[in-house]
Design a protein around this ligand. Structure first.
Ligand code: ADP
Length: 549
């Protein structure tokens, strides 16, 4: 049919075009060691063009992987724009990976160029001598001597781009070509590479801006505390380029509640984004100082469930949290916790604590863990979340972990949830952690939360261990609060749980340990717990039995 709409490629060059042409009056502010760096979006695009020239001179070809090991700052943003727009692939390295994992992902991605923040040279140095694919190493620095390292020759970013022109002939790109890649943090195995296309990033950026998603508009000022090296930084770098929202980058100070508060206040932040721990730090500082952030209307929070106590605490501080769910494989926006218009006021908090409704562009269903049958949205039945949409992965780089797509093309997320009749996702667990006892499922996450509500408990992780009669039974690993070390008993924990969970959910054993193993990003590493666990002693274990038992 003639006269249809144009075949216009959805590439990040459009975002670059907007940033360059429309937002010269809009600022990008970056925290440095002793000052704030400021420039406009247009300035950013000029330096991105210089960088593209430099990369081309160094021999970068279309499809080459260009890695970054960097915090949230303006140079990292320049890489976010220059690399994909010149046809190469931006690979953001997660600086919290263990050295072996870091070496693994660099090799798996075959990174040819690596840009590293000066402050992160010690992290990279841990894999010195193990970077066979890397041809050039470029240091992002404000000047001064480099920390000692064994990484060989390095180039200086400012010197490199300083020599180049501000004009670059951006090549015509296919919207299906790779723009960026990001590895999962490896909670359930080796990190796996997720490759984003130009098209997926474009559409994801459009979705992020929406009022019912992350609410980004030109009149907003956003402080992204979510790392630019993790889960695509929630797509914010490109959504910001689409809208021209003012950005405040915290650089390496993300975990410092005081600095986050100062930055948000001084620069007039209206939206903050980060994982729960960041907000726990900020809330502590605000409570102590009595300072408030009246301009902030939204605190986006994802990466793990928002504890009720945190949301209530933030409400008291005048900070309204917006819960979002997603993963590296979903770019990451999957669902967002906007309160639907018909939810009565007295049920609002409950609604906000859920993981939200599917974002426009994403379809979600839940599938029975045993049969794969689709389950009803009744708020009770729980199964694996499967999703599909233009920014949902269809597989991994180098075909790692094949078989994550169902036959009819839905991505199996590995997260377990129920869906309310209103379309809210309620995460209960991960498929690898949910416990099957006597044919029924027990949510390890719910049990952990119930145990962690005990005043003498600091942390708890629950795993399923095999049991001759019930197939699996829950065993809890508990770390006591330091002042209650050796002063809390298994019976005390079980009694505490008695009126909070079904009788057959009560852990067979409660084992006290000094510390829980954690993954590189601080999630409980149940893989390690499972590998080290002593079997259940069925003679003495207090099995409450399965539902029928
Ligand atoms: P990894 O899968 O390696 O841990 P990600 O950073 O991609 O790395 O983590 C995504 C996972 O984090 C999801 O699969 C889910 O289990 C968890 N998650 C993300 N957001 C939420 C949320 N709002 N509530 C509960 N869990 C969440």
């Amino acid at each position: 049919m003639k006269g249809l709409m144009q075949d216009y490629p959805l590439t990040l060059q459009h975002v670059l075009w907007r940033a360059q042409r429309l937002f010269d009056k809009k600022e990008i502010v970056s925290k440095r060691e002793d000052h704030l760096h400021r420039y406009s979006y247009t300035d950013m695009t000029r330096r991105a063009a210089r960088l593209a020239n430099a990369l081309q001179r160094l021999g970068a070809k279309p499809g080459d992987r260009v890695a970054t090991l960097a915090w949230n700052n303006y140079r990292h943003l320049e890489l976010y724009y220059a690399v994909p727009c010149m046809g190469a692939v931006l690979h953001t390295l997660n600086l919290r990976l263990f050295p072996d994992q870091l070496a693994y992902v660099i090799e798996d991605a075959e990174d040819k160029f690596l840009f590293v923040d000066k402050s992160l040279i010690p992290v990279l140095n841990q894999v010195a001598g193990r970077l066979p694919s890397v041809r050039k190493l470029v240091v992002l620095s404000d000047g001064g001597p480099l920390p000692e390292h064994q990484l060989g020759e390095t180039l200086d970013y400012e010197e490199l781009i300083g020599r180049e022109s501000e004009d670059f002939a951006w090549p015509t790109l296919d919207e299906w070509s790779a723009a960026a890649m990001c590895y999962t943090s490896g909670t359930t195995g080796n990190p796996k590479g997720v490759v984003y296309s130009h098209r997926s990033q474009w559409l994801h950026a459009m979705a992020v801006m929406q009022v019912d998603t992350l609410r980004l508009g030109e009149n907003e000022t956003i402080l992204p505390v979510v790392p630019m090296f993790h889960a695509n930084s929630w797509g914010l770098p490109y959504a910001c380029g689409m809208t021209g929202a003012k950005i405040i980058f915290p650089d390496r100070f993300m975990g410092d509640g005081q600095i986050i508060l100062d930055l948000a206040e001084q620069e007039g932040a209206t939206i903050l984004g980060g994982v729960p721990t960041i907000w726990i730090n900020l809330a502590g500082v605000m409570e102590k100082s009595g300072r408030r952030l009246p301009k902030v209307h939204t605190v986006i929070c994802g990466g793990s469930a928002i504890p009720r106590s945190l949301m209530e605490r933030m409400d008291r501080l005048g900070l309204r949290m917006l819960h979002a769910w997603g993963m590296t494989e979903t770019s990451p926006i999957g669902s967002v916790g906007t309160v639907r218009s018909w939810v009565p006021a007295d049920q609002e908090l409950e609604a906000r604590l859920r993981q939200g409704v599917p974002a426009a562009g994403v379809e979600i269903r839940i599938a029975d863990l045993a049969t794969g049958e689709e389950l009803p949205w009744d708020g009770v039945a729980f199964g694996e979340i499967q999703c599909r949409g233009p920014w949902i992965a269809s597989g991994y780089h180098n075909n790692a972990d094949p078989g994550r797509l169902t036959e009819d093309g839905w991505f199996k997320t590995g997260d377990v949830a129920s869906m309310t009749p209103d379309g809210y996702v309620v995460i209960v667990d991960r498929t690898k952690d949910v416990i099957k006892s006597g044919g029924e499922w027990i949510s390890s996450v719910e049990l952990e939360n119930a145990i962690m509500a005990h005043p003498k408990v600091l942390e708890a992780a629950v795993i399923g261990l095999s049991h001759s009669k019930w197939s699996e039974r829950p065993v809890a690993y508990v770390v006591a609060q330091p002042e209650f070390k050796d002063q809390v008993t298994a019976d005390e924990i079980r009694d505490f749980l008695a009126d909070k969970v079904a009788r057959w959910w009560l852990p067979d054993e409660v084992r006290f340990i000094d510390e829980l193993p954690k993954t590189s990003v601080g999630k409980f590493d149940k893989k390690v717990l499972r590998n080290q666990a002593q079997p259940i002693d069925e003679e003495v274990a207090q099995t409450a039995g399965a539902p029928a038992g």
